[in-house]
Write a protein that binds this ligand. Structure first.
Ligand SMILES: Nc1ncnc2c1ncn2[C@@H]1O[C@H](COP(=O)(O)OP(=O)(O)OP(=O)(O)O)[C@@H](O)[C@H]1O
Ligand SMILES: [Mg+2]
Length: 238
């Protein structure tokens, strides 16, 4: 059977093929949907719905960045494969059979969030870093998923920092990598506190000077960018 033509999906196709809407477009946020075509599932992340010109441009930047990160991670298990940019602001990727750790109920948490799970999550983050990709938004814990087999998976690479992209990336990469590991400790402290070691508890709150500066600069840039993207739009981009 031939491959679905992900690159030529239109928004009308996406509407027709939708199985589930994960997030509706809101302010600077993209719409995230699961679609099914020729028996194959994919996730479509679209920054062009109900948005203004600035959001389209920002969306194209973010979708391109996420696409680049997914390509670098190609072949790693439990990271979505990149499928296509159907438009510069519409990213299509593999659908992972997994759900956010934040959606686990108390009983599931006890069964799933084991030392083995955390070791596998740490290893997955190390594998990403070895490919030159720091995720940058794992502290938002719903970007960490769990498969039915209890394995960790990672999505949402819109904030990823990649080695070798520009001199600034090299400068902030260690900070963002440290931040990725801190998300593991955060997840532990919130959902499996008995597994958190003293060393991890210390690291959870300790930030290097460089990281404090990086976070301030990032917040300073993000605020006006988000509010520009959130302004009333001209409607859907094609
Ligand atoms: N490839 C995927 N496979 C399975 N589920 C996915 C995939 N990508 C995204 N999701 C689901 O959709 C949710 C939102 O996706 P994502 O985090 O990429 O968008 P977002 O704009 O960052 O949303 P938010 O800001 O609310 O996190 C994820 O938390 C996850 O539940
Ligand atoms: Mg997210």
């Amino acid at each position: 059977m031939s491959e679905p033509d992900w690159a030529n999906l239109t928004r009308a196709d996406v509407n027709r093929l939708t199985v589930e809407v994960y997030r509706t477009a809101w302010r600077a946020r993209p719409e995230v949907r699961r679609i099914r075509l020729m028996g194959r599932d994919a996730v479509v992340k679209d920054y062009g719905r109900g948005s203004n010109n600035f959001k389209h441009a920002l969306g194209a930047f973010l979708a391109t960045r996420e696409a680049a990160a997914l390509r670098r991670a190609e072949g790693l298990a439990n990271i979505p494969d990149f499928y296509a940019l159907a438009r510069p602001w519409i990213l299509v990727m593999e659908h992972l059979d997994a759900r956010p750790v934040t959606a686990l109920n108390e009983d599931e948490r006890g069964r799933v969030l084991t030392p083995g799970f955390f070791a596998a999550l740490t290893s997955l983050i190390e594998q990403l870093h070895a490919r030159g990709v720091a995720h940058g938004d794992l502290e938002k814990l719903d970007n960490i998923l769990v498969t039915p087999a209890g394995e960790p998976a990672i999505v949402d690479f819109a904030a990823a920092i990649m080695a070798g992209r520009n001199p600034l990336a090299a400068l902030v990469l260690p900070q963002v990598e440290a931040n990725d590991f801190r998300a593991v400790y955060k997840l532990k402290s919130q959902y499996a506190p008995e597994l958190l070691t003293d060393e991890e508890r210390e690291k959870l709150h300790a930030r290097s000077r460089a990281e404090v500066i990086f976070r301030k600069v990032r917040a300073y840039i993000r605020r006006p960018v988000k509010s520009l993207a959130a302004r009333d739009g001209e409607g859907d981009a094609p």
